[in-house]
Design a protein around this ligand. Structure first.
Ligand code: MIG
Length: 814
């Protein structure tokens, strides 16, 4: 590779939009054009997914990228039209319009809506440097793309951002970093980078993924309110347009391209506990005992870096953890899984087999002179695996056998931006080389930086799948790139025990959910700094509703286990974590939907109510599936807050009070009763109380429902399977759907036949109907008198049904 290196496009050069183009070629789905020495391809990958690529200086078109999960696309019905200075490429859903002089690309859908149109003046192109030598530098000329902002277009997405949901009028940087201690809402880029923007224009959505694993920047109508900008430091110009017109359709297409969240093992939905670090075996056992003695649900305990011998990955500190296998199996008997942290840095140590093997097999990153690249992290001077090399990934995956054989159930990938100590919170210089391995292609770090974390997580997931083919891998990552959801869940790194961070968690997780990363969570209670009882209690009131619920805190901070601050906080944490435990059937059904569709689990209101622009900034509340709306308290000392309830009828979970949206209300939320609303006629499947997942069968399974007249009918969805393994791919699942509707004085609830061959271990199903003010006249199931009761004080009717595979119709006559 070239010895010189120049990576600052700011140091000169001039942007040159592509000029006149001509058609060179076409095939069943693509047009190939040439503009000067640049080849441009426009392709319809699917009815509603278009791809544009521009390859300067005779470079061959290529689209392989860590973002992309799907490369072989089914044939799509495409028609092409050609006139003098214009070409079109149409599917049944949308049309790409290509004007040739100059080359500009825009889109319309079947309804005539225009979107993602090139800015007429600036279009797309590359920054040309006056100095030809600089122009032929390794990163190549920086690609830039300018799109017109449609009237009323507003921007969302952009991945892991803490500063609110809406991104209109902002500049976004995509460059993975480990931010210095105590990051605030003004920090732009954090640990993961997803260069994907979701646009909403008058209630209709489209998406744009700018696929480049180097440093990327977006300007979303900040510099110029009439356009948006997408650019990188070098590399190809490749982008994808997702036509919508709903956010749900955009997400489904986006995750068809970049991959979907795998089904998690059921236990991963349970509550989890961490600290940096539980220092030895005794401390771990004591924490485990703490949960069971205090009757607070917990499924997982983490071992942070102190379990290792001198922080050497894949080793154990034998003084602190003399019998890891016994520890894991004893904990397992009490219903806990153990997850261990693994960092990418491998200590340079001639007596350490992991290092010696990696060096001998030539699997580490290099300097330009061919020597290993070294920097310091926890173990001292380290080498860093070149995860772009498939051989490295395979090797890394295999080493995890040592951990699994000791009973470790999942792997937590940290520091994989990568984060380095010299200087503190830095990363590899851009000219570090990823040799890419035999047959591979060497890349500079600047070209692959944002993919490093995803590639590490991928190595782990693929390794765990090889080692335990019948188990669903549990992998957590801090860093990643678009598509990271296929490999791991994302936790959002080092937040702080501040009220501000509790607030920031909400937009942050909603932003991730709009970018395909549905399985996510922040450290409950906050990582840096000392929590206090009220903050932990309120944080848990929020955290219990996260797709990933883990309490974690830094070294040297106050204890932060749910009981750490005594009463009344311990009871609040218990109550919330018990509620989460009971919600697992609902959460699991949402995970299955996410796995199939790419929909977020914790989602912004705009995802369900895209036509209601009030939802676009309502980012201090969120939906958990379509049945629950959560509006956490994020300030100390208050018991009231404003809540926006969108269209529909909502019932307050704690009091059963009815509200008809759209409405702005003032919620009363004393400690232990966070504002939580259940959508009318929409069922929430819940399990019985349990100390941990799998403690007992989900028997009875309860459908919590608030039937309401003068409200739209709602749905009932329950998905179950073995909770691990891959039998569900062969039909070993149980799915029930249904609906609830109230007409006049009659509530009708249907429960479909059980679909799939999995038979849940259970005998009873309860329908718990809330908000019923008078004792019903009659309750029947499939025409016969049902087994039912009425609790007047709570306004609840409970209808008890036998679990079976048959369709059931329940009628409640009021
Ligand atoms: O520099 O492993 O974000 O969760 O506890 C700190 C120690 C390194 C950062 C992670 C944090 C973890 C900590 N790690």
């Amino acid at each position: 590779m070239a010895e010189t290196f120049e990576r600052t496009p700011e140091t000169g050069g001039r942007y040159e939009p592509l000029g006149t183009a001509e058609l060179v070629d076409h095939d069943d789905r693509s047009l190939r054009l040439r503009a000067g020495s640049t080849i441009v391809e426009v392709s319809a990958l699917a009815e509603d997914i278009f791809r544009v690529g521009a390859f300067p200086e005779g470079r061959p078109p290529r689209y392989d990228s860590e973002a992309i999960a799907k490369e072989d696309w089914e044939p799509v019905e495409v028609s092409m039209e050609r006139s003098d200075r214009k070409l079109t490429l149409s599917t049944s859903a949308a049309t790409a319009h290509v004007s040739l002089d100059p080359l500009r690309i825009s889109f319309t859908d079947a309804s005539g809506r225009a979107f993602a149109a090139d800015d007429e003046e600036l279009g797309m192109g590359f920054v040309r440097r006056p100095d030809a030598d600089v122009f032929t530098q390794p990163l190549g000329p920086p690609p830039q793309l300018y799109k017109k902002r449609e009237e009323g277009e507003r921007y969302f997405g952009c991945g892991e951002r803490t500063s609110g949901l809406e991104k209109t009028g902002s500049h976004q940087v995509f460059w993975n970093v480990d931010p210095p201690l105590g990051h605030t809402a003004s920090f732009n880029n954090l640990y993961t980078s997803i260069p994907f923007a979701l646009s909403m224009t008058n209630g209709r959505a489209h998406g744009l993924l700018f696929d480049n694993t180097g440093r990327v920047e977006f300007d979303l109508a900040l510099e110029n309110e009439d356009r948006s900008y997408y650019g990188a430091e070098g590399g190809n110009l490749v982008y994808y347009v997702f036509c919508g017109p709903t956010p749900a359709e955009v997400l489904t297409s986006y995750t068809e391209l970049t991959g979907r969240t795998p089904m998690p093992p059921l236990w991963a939905l349970g509550n989890q506990q961490c600290r940096y670090s539980y220092m030895d075996e005794d401390e771990v056992r004591e924490v485990a005992r703490g949960f069971r003695e205090r009757d607070i649900p917990c499924d997982v305990i983490y071992l942070d870096i102190h379990y290792m011998d001198g922080y050497r990955v894949f080793t154990w500190n034998e003084e602190r953890f003399p019998e890891p296998e016994k520890l894991a199996s004893d904990l397992r008997e009490q219903g806990f899984r153990v997850v261990t942290i693994v960092d990418p840095g491998v200590k340079v140590d001639e007596n350490y087999p992991v290092y010696v093997e990696g060096r001998e097999r030539d699997l580490f990153c290099k300097k330009l002179d061919g020597e290993e690249y070294h920097n310091a992290v926890w173990p001292g001077i380290c080498a860093f695996p070149d995860f772009t090399n498939p051989e490295t990934r395979e090797w890394w995956g295999e080493i995890h056998k040592a951990l699994l054989d000791r009973g470790v159930a999942g792997i937590w990938c940290d520091m994989n931006e990568p984060s380095l100590f010299i200087p503190r919170n830095s990363t590899m210089p851009g000219h570090v080389v990823h040799p890419g391995g035999p047959g591979g292609e060497a890349k500079y770090h600047a070209q692959v930086h944002n993919a490093y974390g995803s590639l590490m997580a991928r190595a782990v997931r693929e390794g765990l799948l090889d080692l335990r083919p019948d188990e669903r891998p549990f992998v957590i990552t801090r860093a990643g790139y678009a598509g990271l959801q296929r490999h791991a869940l994302q936790w959002t790194g080092d937040n702080s025990s501040w009220w501000e961070h509790l607030w920031m968690s909400m937009p942050q997780l909603q932003n991730l959910g709009l970018c395909g990363v549905a399985w996510s969570g922040v450290d409950v209670g906050g990582f840096w700094g000392d929590a206090n009882g009220e903050l932990l209690a309120r944080f848990t009131e929020f955290g219990a509703f996260q797709p990933f619920c883990r309490n974690h805190t830094a070294i040297g901070t106050r204890r932060q286990e749910p009981w750490a601050f005594g009463e009344p906080f311990e009871s609040v944490c218990r109550k919330m974590l018990k509620l989460r435990q009971r919600l697992i059937p609902y959460l699991y059904s949402l995970f299955e939907m996410c796995h199939r569709t790419g929909f977020p689990i914790l989602m912004p209101l705009l995802f369900e109510y895209p036509e209601d622009e009030t939802t676009y900034t309502a980012d201090d509340e969120f939906l958990l599936g379509d049945a629950l709306l959560v509006a956490p308290i994020t300030r100390p000392g208050i018991e009231h807050r404003h809540v926006y309830l969108p269209q529909g009828t909502w019932f307050h979970y704690w009091t059963g009070e009815r509200f008809d949206g759209p409405a702005h209300i003032l919620a009363h939320a004393p400690l232990g009763e966070p504002p939580l609303y259940v959508k009318a006629n929409t069922a929430v499947p819940m399990g019985p109380d349990m100390a941990h997942t799998g403690e007992r069968a989900m028997d009875p399974l309860t459908f919590l429902l608030y039937p309401a007249a003068n409200a739209s009918a709602g749905e009932l969805v329950l998905y179950e399977d073995a909770g691990d393994g891959f039998g569900y791919e062969n039909g070993e699942y149980a799915r029930r759907t249904g609906f609830c509707e109230v007409l006049g004085d009659v509530i009708s609830i249907s429960l479909s036949e059980r679909d799939g061959s999995f038979v849940p271990e259970r005998s009873l199903v309860d329908l718990e109907l809330g908000g019923i003010r008078f004792r019903p006249e009659k309750v029947s199931a499939n025409g016969a008198e049902a087994d039912w009761s009425y609790e007047e004080a709570d306004g609840k009717v409970v209808v008890r049904l036998a679990e079976n595979a048959d369709e059931t119709i329940v009628r409640v006559e009021l």
